[in-house]
Design a protein around this ligand. Structure first.
Ligand code: ATP
Ligand code: MG
Length: 189
């Protein structure tokens, strides 16, 4: 085993970020699975059928708010990256990994994926090359992977609830819920 710094790269649409994501972040750090985590909202997820509902700027802002709401002991180990939102064009994880490697050449990058996201990795852009550059850590959501007692929350479920005016305040960090209400996000299709 090498003793290089383990940096987790945790990407997602985060449309919006929710307590299931935050629980995952805390588990990764509390269990020392990674030393640091870079949370990276995707710019344009080319593999998804639908473009995100909220803009890159809003999704990024919500991720930043959620990180501020994390327990103070782990917060310093979590960074939020705007690199994918800023890059423009289709987002490819390989580009993000190459950027991170250039910034931190001595670290090992651990790609954090829920079991659902992992199932499609073979179809990702330059996936073979990507898999040569990183370790992959699979978190069980509904499926195989490392068991973190994942919370049964998804962004899709949250968006649908907001649309139909069902209370979601328990499923989101408070600051994120305030942000959504202020900007009236997800209130119409
Ligand atoms: P959507 O319903 O729009 O797909 P989502 O809740 O799956 O949203 P994503 O932004 O797609 O959120 O997820 C980002 C990453 O977090 C993915 O790797 C996904 O598997 C993982 N993830 C999402 N929700 C959870 C959860 N409740 N517990 C553990 N992992 C999760
Ligand atoms: Mg998803």
């Amino acid at each position: 085993m090498s003793n290089s710094l383990l940096i987790g790269l945790y990407g997602g649409t985060f449309d919006p970020i929710h307590k299931g994501h935050c629980h995952l972040i805390q588990q990764l750090l509390n269990r020392q699975i990674v030393d640091e985590l870079v949370v990276t909202p995707v710019g344009n997820p080319w593999m998804r059928e639908q473009t995100p509902f909220a803009s890159g700027e809003d999704r990024l802002a919500m991720v930043k708010l959620a990180v501020v709401d994390l327990p103070k002991d782990i917060q310093p180990r979590v960074k939020v990256s705007d690199s994918e939102v800023r890059r423009g064009g289709s987002t490819y994880s390989i580009d993000t990994v190459l950027e991170l490697r250039a910034e931190k050449p001595d670290a090992e990058i651990v790609l954090i994926l829920g079991s659902d996201a992992y199932s499609s990795i073979g179809k990702w852009h330059r996936s073979a090359e990507l898999l040569e550059l990183v370790r992959v850590f699979i978190v069980a959501r509904e499926g195989v992977g490392f068991d973190i007692d994942a919370l049964a929350i998804s962004s899709t479920m949250i968006r649908e609830k907001i649309l139909t005016k069902i209370d979601v305040s328990a499923e989101l960090p408070e600051s994120v819920w305030s942000y959504i209400k202020e900007r009236n996000l997800y209130a119409s299709k």
